[in-house]
Design a protein around this ligand. Sequence first.
Ligand SMILES: [Zn+2]
Length: 87
Amino acid sequence: MGIRSFFGLDCEAAANACDRAAYNEAGLADKLRLRFHLFLCPPCKDYTRKSEKLSYLIKKADLKSCTDEEKAVLRQRMDEKNSESLN
Ligand SMILES: [Zn+2]
């Protein structure tokens, strides 16, 4: 077990918690563990920043009528950008 999963979150779980936090679906324990993880893991911190930016843009655009399918497309685009920056 590496230090990044010391608080019970590996990077994948952190990304999931980050996504749920962006949609206010994360519990307090999730948010705390996510914060600890981000403190220790710069790549996830970067991912969270992008995710927060995306959810801000969604709110700004007031896409309340945005379907789950459309949200999935937006998330996928974000993931593609993330993997581009990793390569
Ligand atoms: Zn991580």
